[in-house]
Design a protein around this ligand. Structure first.
Ligand SMILES: Cc1cc2nc3c(=O)[nH]c(=O)nc-3n(C[C@H](O)[C@H](O)[C@H](O)COP(=O)(O)OP(=O)(O)OC[C@H]3O[C@@H](n4cnc5c(N)ncnc54)[C@H](O)[C@@H]3O)c2cc1C
Length: 393
């Protein structure tokens, strides 16, 4: 049972004030943006309804190279070179069919609380707990007001890294079951495992997949549906029972599977709030880190007077849009998986993955959507040649 550390009762004193940067959401995306602003001298506040790392919202598996390059390696619990994919038996009474894919790079599971602590240490931001409720009425000049349950805060640069609800949007309401969302649910029973496992088995879910990700002393085991209206609890219970494990330590959430707008009325959106989670795989941690770095670099250029906030809004939106082709393509694959999963067509597709060359090609292309080399690149910070316009009053 996680220990609740969030401020309660008398400790929840009112908060108010003006900051240079207000980052709403202290998970993968928000903490990465904060990390990129370290050393700028900007007055940065990170807000979350929970303490940092208090509430895990994922199975926490990501490409190892991303974790190592960001200095997050100490949070790793287990590393995998192979992916073990289960398909149902072809004929009644036959055993299920297993496919072992050796990946061209490794995935690692990690400890959420530890990783968040490491990311937060790399930043120099102030942190406080508050529930972000909405965007407030327009402030003075360029200041944007954010309304929380503890008071109102203002800043010229505001980031929504609050996950799928996109709380600071003033436009469309993104609500299930009609929204472009998937949903995932899992349990974390204490157990050991050696393989990173996926089930493409309509017994558990047709449009989606199921997984078991071992993490040292527990296995994160659950079901994801590309259709947010489908029940994922019953199939999760079935899968856990089939694996002979207890259904303990539940956690789940909705997951956007379509890119949304990266900026809106002066606010920056990053991670799930911008729809950065990758369709088909629902891998959202690596993109949250990647777009968090990109946004952080743009904002650093604003703080250092190398570009204006408006230029950062435009450049970040353009960077986000450059990825539309890959995201749309993955969404098409997701729809195909949803269609083919219960049919023999999926077995035909699986034959492609018996060729190591195809596994390497597809997984390398997939990694290239948000490549680890981006960490070293330092792009896309605005160049000093651009007209310096101080955005911060
Ligand atoms: C069951 C499940 C398993 C998953 N497994 C994986 C996986 O293994 N690998 C992977 O890459 N992806 C996985 N994902 C997807 C991944 O979890 C998300 O894409 C990722 O967490 C997005 O990061 P984020 O920082 O944008 O948002 P989140 O991690 O959702 O963080 C949002 C933050 O905002 C805070 N917040 C929300 N609302 C408010 C509010 N009103 N006021 C204040 N604070 C608020 C939350 O407390 C949280 O800290 C999984 C998702 C699910 C549901």
């Amino acid at each position: 049972m996680p220990v609740r550390a969030t401020k309660r009762g008398d400790a929840r004193t009112p908060i108010s004030g003006d900051y240079d940067v207000l980052i709403c959401g202290a998970s993968f995306a928000g903490l990465t943006v904060a990390r990129e602003l370290a050393g700028t001298g900007a007055n940065v506040l990170v807000l979350d309804r929970y303490e940092i790392g208090e509430r895990q919202t994922s199975a926490c598996a990501a490409p190892t190279e991303w974790l190592d390059k960001l200095g997050l390696g100490p949070a790793v619990k287990q590393t995998f070179q192979d992916l073990l994919v289960h398909r149902p038996a072809k004929h009644f009474g036959d055993p299920p069919r297993d496919h072992r894919w050796t990946l061209p790079w490794t995935f690692s599971t990690f400890d959420y609380r530890h990783l968040c602590a490491l990311l937060a240490e790399q930043g120099e931001a102030e942190f406080d707990t508050a529930k972000v409720e909405r965007r407030g009425a327009e402030g003075d000049g360029q200041l944007i007001t954010v309304v929380t349950d503890r008071g109102e805060l203002r800043a010229p640069i505001v980031i929504d890294a609050l996950g799928w609800r996109r709380v600071l949007s003033q436009r469309s309401t993104i609500q299930p079951p009609k929204a472009t969302l998937s949903r995932g649910l899992e349990v974390h029973p204490p157990a050991n495992g050696v393989d990173l496992e996926l089930w493409l088995d309509p017994k558990y879910i047709g449009p989606g997949y199921s997984w078991a990700f071992p993490a040292d002393d527990e296995v994160r085991i659950g079901v994801g549906s590309f259709d947010p209206a489908l029940d994922v609890k019953q199939p999760t219970l079935e899968l856990v029972a089939d694996e002979g494990l207890p259904a303990e330590g539940w956690q789940g959430n909705y997951i956007p599977h379509k890119l949304r707008r990266a900026t809106e009325d002066g606010v920056f959106f990053v991670g799930d709030s911008a729809g950065h989670c990758l369709p088909t795989t629902a891998e959202g941690i690596r993109p949250a880190l990647y777009f968090g770095l990109a946004l952080g670099r743009e904002l650093r250029a604003v703080i250092e007077g190398r570009q204006s906030r408006e230029q950062a809004l435009q450049r970040y939106a353009a960077f986000h849009d450059e990825h539309r082709f890959a995201y749309d393509w993955l969404l098409r694959v997701q729809r195909m998986v949803g269609f083919a999963n219960p049919r023999p067509l999926m077995d035909t597709a699986m034959k492609l993955f018996t060729r190591q060359g195809f596994v390497d090609w597809s997984f390398n292309h997939y990694l290239d959507i948000c490549p680890p080399s981006f960490i070293d690149d330092g792009a896309p910070v605005a160049t000093p040649q651009q007209a310096p316009v101080a955005a911060l009053a």
